[in-house]
Write a protein that binds this ligand. Structure first.
Ligand code: ARG
Ligand code: ZN
Length: 465
């Protein structure tokens, strides 16, 4: 935040930045760029993300001091310009920017709300890859979502847990924070000695810094939407295993909940093996789970490769749900937040399928229970009316009912082919509700418009299930 500056200094800085931002628009190569858009016009979050470039990789170097809550970071963002660019935005909430460069040269920058605007010295021609670095510091503040839940960098007594659905990742690193711009990540996390740090993907190095602090380095090899990035800092106990013959599994739990969660953490490889049979190849090169003490976050989240659970929500059904998201949400990622049922409806249906196959509860039983509940009919799953409704019952339960109705309409064999084919066709990509309905119709070989009209888009409960 720049609020701590004195009025005059802030005004002078703002005027300088504005002058720089509004300056000439001819680059060294004679390119005349225009500023990238400040948002991607998401139907529910119009200002999330930014136009004019596409991120390929984030290199995050973070040092955290739990005692003061202070985070020092450098984000090195490798991106490709999708237009001739004179300036571009990154999303960043709070924190103080110390320095910004583009391809090594200092860049002018300006803050307004959650937009950080960088203006490189030279305009960037369309198609060119460039590297932006932002050095920043401060005490990250969590965000309160429209539904009242907290996300972002959540502080604990001895550390922190970072979760970011839908927008919390902007509280701890600048980026293109819309799920349509996925990227690979390297994250180096430096902590005081005696504390454990965890993140997504594979831990590639652990080193002790001069002075005794310890750095762990985490590599996320497959594209990841920024809302799925996580960091956990505190006193954790870890366990390693292998899944599917080759996938390293790392689970971790805060010390007081380590013993109580160990048995279920040990089920991660077995559940993954069952899900692979149903959904097709596991899309990632790492797996695991993070279990935190209750009281830090109020929900589990499918953070990529390593979902995070408050201990009180770490049960088999929730584990099945968050692991199913690795296919549905994390690999096949929603094109916009309005498509949230493609995440939650699928992960909920994955619970029903698991119960049917391994717990002797037919999916039809779940369907009928959900059908009877009034709360599931508040709005159609493909059209959540506001950001406040993103995680409401219709998205989960009625989303799963859409899939069950599809299954009863096309039959088990075709439905299985749709589920696996969907995960395969859009693996590591983005997809919308229209992509799904078109794909399902192409596999089924018939028009399913009447089904979508009632189950995906229709208001209220239909006459009979
Ligand atoms: N995606 C999470 C799940 O697996 C839920 C996230 C809820 N987030 C929130 N801010 N309320 O169900
Ligand atoms: Zn979910």
């Amino acid at each position: 935040s720049q609020r701590s500056r004195t009025g005059i200094a802030a005004l002078a800085a703002a005027l300088t930045s504005l002058a720089l931002l509004a300056g000439g628009c001819t680059g060294a190569g004679g390119v005349r760029g225009t500023p990238g858009a400040a948002g991607l016009r998401d139907p529910l979050f119009p200002k999330l993300g930014n136009g004019g470039y596409d991120v390929g990789h984030y290199g995050l170097t973070l040092a955290y001091d739990p005692a003061s809550g202070r985070l020092d970071g450098t984000a090195e963002i490798t991106a490709r310009a999708t237009q001739d660019l004179s300036a571009f935005d990154l999303d960043l909430a709070g924190l103080t920017v110390r320095r910004a460069t583009v391809d090594g040269a200092p860049a002018a920058y300006n803050r307004a709300g959650n937009e950080l605007t960088l203006r490189p010295r030279d305009d960037i021609p369309e198609g060119k890859e460039f590297r932006a670095t932002v050095t920043y510091t401060g005490v990250p503040e969590p965000l309160t979502d429209a539904d009242g839940s907290k996300e972002g960098w959540l502080r604990t007594a001895d550390g922190a847990v970072a979760v970011g659905e839908p927008a919390g990742s902007m509280t701890w690193f600048p980026g293109n924070h819309h799920p349509s711009d996925k990227a690979t990540y390297d994250l180096a996390l430096t902590l005081p000695a005696g504390l454990d740090g965890l993140s997504n993907g594979v831990r590639t190095a652990t080193r002790t810094e001069p002075g005794g602090r310890v750095t762990t380095v985490w590599h996320t090899a497959e594209p990841m939407a920024s809302y799925l990035a996580t960091v956990a800092v505190g006193h954790y106990e870890t366990a390693s295993a292998t899944a599917l013959g080759a996938v390293p599994v790392l689970t971790a739990a805060e010390a007081p909940v380590a013993a109580g969660s160990a048995a279920l953490r040990g089920e991660v490889p077995g559940i993954l093996a069952r899900q692979v049979k149903r959904f097709g190849p596991y899309p990632f090169s790492a797996a695991g789970a993070l279990v935190t003490k209750d009281g830090t976050l109020g929900y589990a989240l499918e953070t990529q490769t390593r979902p995070v659970f408050p201990a009180g929500s770490f049960d088999r059904t929730t584990l099945v749900h968050e692991q199913a998201h690795q296919w549905f949400g994390n690999s096949v990622t929603l094109a916009s937040w309005r498509d949230i049922w493609l995440n939650e409806g699928f992960a909920t249906y994955a619970e029903w399928l698991y119960d049917e196959e391994y717990e002797h509860v037919p999916a039809r039983t779940h369907f009928e229970r959900a059908f009877a509940q009034d709360a599931n009919w508040a709005f159609p799953p493909a059209a959540p009316p506001t950001a406040e409704n993103l995680f409401d019952p219709p998205v989960y339960q009625r989303g799963a009912m859409v899939l069950h109705t599809l299954r009863e309409t096309v039959g088990d064999r075709v439905f299985d082919e749709i589920l696996r084919g969907w995960a395969a066709k859009y693996r590591h990509a983005n997809a919308s509700t229209d992509d799904f309905t078109a794909y399902a119709e192409s596999v089924a070989g018939r028009d399913l418009g009447a089904l979508w009209d009632v189950w995906l888009y229709g208001d209220g409960r239909p006459d009979r299930p």
